[in-house]
Design a protein around this ligand. Structure first.
Ligand SMILES: [Zn+2]
Ligand SMILES: [Zn+2]
Length: 198
């Protein structure tokens, strides 16, 4: 298994999507642990500890699989393979000037031919192909489980525990147009009420 020399995403769209997982996900995780979880379970109790450990397990698996996905080289450079004598279905790639085996495909973003190429993932900034497919599936699986876990907790947090705030059209308007809310508060010129409802 060969490690890529530069596993970081190169295109702007890849960098932005990568930052969603690299930065936004840990921020959301901290919010869930610090704000949402104590609203459900008493800190230090069994359910609080269990849910915290489950969340840690999911985040570490999401990050771990993602990093493994990005690190593993899936290109035709992975090892020197001798083509068969008749070179059946092998081709000389016109773009990267490499001899590519069957089922490989040239990726314009990675600028190289990828073995058993599935697709170019914008969240990891690399191609999914030979050897990193299983890590990509693990990444997707744990991301799905974590999203469902967070969706259930956040839905109850918003619509049941804080239903009096979020099941309210005024709150929807404030979330959609925060500047309007600010103007309205300034017009009323009562600074003590500047503290938002949420
Ligand atoms: Zn190529
Ligand atoms: Zn690619």
């Amino acid at each position: 298994m060969r490690i890529r020399s530069n596993p970081m995403p190169s295109r702007m769209v890849d960098i932005l999507c990568f930052l969603i997982i690299a930065v936004f996900l840990p921020v959301v995780f901290m919010f869930e642990i610090v704000v949402v979880l104590p609203a459900f379970h008493e800190p230090g109790g069994f359910f609080h500890t269990f849910t915290f450990l489950m969340a840690m397990f999911l985040v570490f698996n999401i990050k771990g699989n993602m990093i493994a996905c990005m690190m593993i080289d899936t290109s035709v450079n992975v090892k020197k393979v001798e083509p068969p004598s008749d070179q059946l279905n092998w081709r000389e790639c016109g773009e990267c000037q490499k001899l590519a085996p069957p089922r490989s495909w040239h990726c314009k973003a990675c600028k190289v031919c990828i073995l058993k190429r599935d697709h170019h993932c914008i969240y990891t900034g690399c191609c999914i192909g030979l050897r990193n497919h299983r890590f990509f599936m693990g990444f997707i699986f744990y991301l799905f489980v974590g999203s469902v876990y967070a969706l259930v907790y956040n839905s109850i947090y918003m619509w049941v525990i804080h239903g009096h705030i979020y099941s309210n059209w005024v709150t929807v308007l404030k979330l959609a147009c925060p500047m309007l809310h600010l103007l309205w508060l300034m017009e009323s010129s009562s600074w003590p009420t500047m503290c938002p409802l949420f």
